[in-house]
Each structure stands twice: as structure tokens, then as C-alpha cells.
Design a protein around this ligand. Structure first.
Ligand code: C2E
Ligand code: MG
Ligand code: MG
Ligand code: MG
Length: 291
């Protein structure tokens, strides 16, 4: 009967919910020790200048490898870390590690930018600005080369509050990017009144752009808007030459995606950068630099 099948479905969902809750608890349990156990690492994905094809810097992306759970995606553990109050500490780790890595690269002559993700919860904590200034101050890395990426969804707080969090950092030369732009349903008027420097177009708008006219129109409008607002633009998730060509033609300033490289270890990132330098000197990369 209908009643019977309804009950079955209900108990099916109960089992699912219980399983999900158990899984969560298991991850949370390991997450609490992850920092102390040294299970986090940071990988770097090149950001490429769209017209010169050169690597201008990278985005730092967090990785968690637990002996029992294996590699866990940040999409899964970042929300949990936020709920458990662990994100400020983890965020500080990312900041420290990536700045010290980029300082080392700088010492060997590579002048690169670094973009670091800041979670909404991390950003909204009162102590965020002071703590971040502290870590940045100790890093021996030029703050004009540091960009903080904040997702649109972080911007639930009042505009005044957001501005207050941003300004002391901006005064020191740090820039800010809106991450995953177009996915957060935020108030466009508020968003554009805040002192953001960069707009990152979400990958969902970039993917298979050649197959979808609506998507193409939307991306053109976003790029036009950014230009009118004097914002730099980054297109994330570029995987194909076709996508690169569209985004480049329409004036996206910087590209990021598997077309160039996935996020890689510091050593591999250094190799990518150094390879480029060698090619430049021999002149064999003409086609890349004359795009
Ligand atoms: P995000 O900041 O938007 O980062 C871009 C994500 O897209 C990364 O996933 C990256 O590996 C992936 N990606 C880049 N290019 C391509 C491409 O061409 N194709 C495809 N399919 N994917 C591409 P990842 O590393 O798994 O990170 C996922 C999200 O987790 C990030 O999205 C960010 O929101 C969050 N996250 C990562 N690291 C941190 C961190 O240190 N702190 C905070 N708060 N969040 C982080
Ligand atoms: Mg990001
Ligand atoms: Mg993004
Ligand atoms: Mg994204």
C-alpha cells in the first residue's frame, strides 16, 4: 500500500541520515587532531596572465590527508571545520605556510602574487583582521602581493561590518577578491559598493562555454560590469583552449584552470615557474608571449 511504501521510504531515509551523521562524526573526530598531527598541506595552482600567457602567481589550496580517511576534499571538511570552530586556526596555518613558501620563491628571484581563501566564518570573526595582520606582518612577504579570496556567501554580514574587516588590511596593501562570483545570490548593489579589487568568475560559467550561448552572454555581461567597476577579473576552471579563447577575447585579465595546471606541490609549482623563465631566455616560447 501507499502507506506501507511511505513508511519504508521513511526508514530508508532514517538509515541514510544516521549514516551521514556517523560519517560526519568520524571526520570531525579526525579533524580535531589534524593540525597537531601535521596532516594538512598547501598546494598551488598557477594564475596566468591571459594576454602574455605568463604565470603571475598562484592560489593556495588546502589539502588534508588523514591516515584513516585518506585524502578528504576541502568541500567536505571546510564546512565541518567552520562548525567546530577549527577554521580560524586552520586558516592561519594556510596563511603562514603559503606566505613562507612564497617568500622562499621570492628569495630565489620569483616575484609572484599569492591568493589565499578565507572562509566566511573565519572572515566574520572579530579577531580576523588583527590576527591576519599579525601573521602577514611576520611573513617578510610584500603585502601588495597578497590577495584574500572571499566567497560571495561570506557577505551575509552587514556591509559596514565587512568594510571594517577589510579596510585595515587594504591600508597595508592587501587586495580582496570575490570568489565564485555569480553563485551566491548576493545583493549586487552592496557587493559592488564594497572595496573589492578582483572578481573571480565561477567555474560553472566557464565550463563548456562554447556550447551554451546563454552562458556566453552572461560571462560577457559580468566582464563588462567588472570593467566598469574597475575590478580585475579572474576566470576560474578554464580547461580547454576554446574556453581560454572566449574568455581572453572578452577581456578576462587572468585565467586559472587545468588547461595550464591543476593545483600542485610547491616543488612542482616552482618547476613550472622556472621552466617558463628558461623558455623566455631561449625565446622558444614566442607564441605564448605574443598572444
Ligand atoms: P575555490 O576557492 O573556488 O577553488 C577552486 C577549486 O576549483 C579548487 O578545488 C581547484 O582545484 C578547482 N579547479 C581549479 N581549476 C579547475 C579546472 O580547470 N577544472 C576543475 N574541475 N576544477 C578546477 P579544491 O582545491 O578542491 O577546493 C575547493 C574549495 O574549497 C575552494 O574553492 C575553496 O572554496 C575551498 N578551499 C580550498 N582551500 C581552502 C582554504 O585554504 N581555506 C578555505 N577557507 N577554503 C578553502
Ligand atoms: Mg578560491
Ligand atoms: Mg573560486
Ligand atoms: Mg569555485
Amino acid at each position: 500500500s501507499a502507506k506501507q511504501s511511505g513508511r519504508d521510504r521513511c526508514s530508508f531515509f532514517n538509515v541514510q541520515i544516521r549514516k551521514a551523521a556517523e560519517e560526519r562524526e568520524r571526520i570531525e573526530h579526525h579533524l580535531r587532531d589534524a593540525l597537531a598531527q601535521n596532516e594538512f598541506s598547501v598546494v598551488y595552482q598557477p594564475k596566468v596572465h591571459m594576454t602574455t600567457g605568463r604565470i603571475i602567481g598562484s592560489e593556495a589550496l588546502l589539502r588534508w590527508n588523514n591516515p584513516e580517511l585518506g585524502q578528504v576534499s576541502p568541500f567536505r571538511f571546510v564546512p565541518l571545520a567552520e562548525e567546530c570552530g577549527l577554521m580560524p586556526a586552520i586558516g592561519e596555518f594556510v596563511l603562514q605556510r603559503s606566505l613562507s613558501d612564497m617568500r622562499d620563491m621570492r628569495r630565489s628571484g620569483h616575484d609572484l602574487t599569492i591568493a589565499i581563501n578565507v572562509s566566511p566564518v573565519q572572515f566574520q570573526a572579530d579577531f580576523f583582521t588583527d590576527r591576519t595582520l599579525g601573521v602577514l606582518g611576520e611573513s617578510n612577504f610584500p603585502l601588495e602581493r597578497v590577495e584574500l579570496e572571499i566567497t560571495e556567501s561570506a557577505l551575509g554580514a552587514s556591509p559596514q561590518q565587512i568594510r571594517q574587516q577589510m579596510m585595515p588590511l587594504k591600508d597595508e596593501g592587501v587586495s580582496f577578491a570575490i570568489d565564485d562570483f555569480g553563485t551566491g545570490f548576493s545583493n549586487l548593489g552592496t557587493l559592488t559598493s564594497l572595496p573589492f579589487d578582483t572578481l573571480k568568475i565561477d567555474r560553472s560559467f566557464v565550463t563548456r562555454i562554447d556550447e551554451d550561448e546563454e552562458r556566453r552572454n552572461l560571462v560577457q555581461v559580468i566582464l563588462l560590469m567588472a570593467r566598469q567597476l574597475n575590478m580585475k577579473t579572474v576566470a576560474e576552471g578554464i580547461e580547454t583552449e576554446m574556453e581560454r579563447r572566449y574568455l581572453g577575447t572578452w577581456g578576462a585579465n587572468i585565467g586559472q584552470g587545468y588547461l595550464w595546471s591543476p593545483p600542485v606541490s610547491l616543488a612542482a609549482f616552482r618547476e613550472l615557474v622556472e621552466q617558463e623563465t628558461v623558455f623566455d631566455m631561449s625565446g622558444t616560447m614566442q607564441s605564448r608571449t605574443s598572444a
